[in-house]
Ligand binder design. Sequence first.
Ligand SMILES: [Zn+2]
Length: 245
Amino acid sequence: MSEQQEQQNKVAMVICAHADDAEFGCSGTIALWVKEGWDVYYVLCTDGSGGGPDEATDVGPEARAKVVETRKVEQRAAGKVLGLKDVVFLGYQDGQLQPTLDLRRDLVRLMRQYKPSRVVCQSPDRSWTPVMRIQGYHPDHLAAGRAALEAIYPASQNPWDFPELMAEGYKPHKVSEIYIFGAPTKNFAVDISSTIEIKIEALRAHVSQLSSHFEQIEGWIRSGAEDAGKRNGFAFAEEFHRTEN
Ligand SMILES: [Zn+2]
């Protein structure tokens, strides 16, 4: 471990669009960091109201409110499995997330409040090779990734961006490491051999989304992590595009 890493604030923030996104993308890594003594916070940008059953006929306000509550409960349960410090729900409309200045400001506020040295986020870019299906990229994921990166640089560290946050008492904060999952190019792997079972258990907490076909999902997760492991010399791995700021 480098001297810079020794000295860094052991706080990480995971920014995603929806409940369960981070469990799929990076929860083996998160479980590992928690074991290593990191405080990890999740930030979910949307309210999850678009995550009801595909065959639903009632998609009105009451049905949506129920889905929102269920997904929050499930995400908190997954957070408990992983040992997260907290989960923050920003409550933007599911399915309609945009990388707006309002979203960027909300993320900057949280970065300045929690002071993460590591941020994990979704990719703002689609990858079409080798053969990526369109289902691999929900537009909310792209928007959350773009908003997260734009909040990190330069806004969070620049006192001149969002002066109203300075007035609220949130001083500039520089994030030093960025881990992007689902990125077109990956340059970094985390050995999750010791935490893959925790990842599976955290995924299992998303009952309303995954329980109907959990065995199949578990199979995909294990084989995906195994393939990533083979590419990097581990039993199981998660891969990222990692960059420093
Ligand atoms: Zn999602």
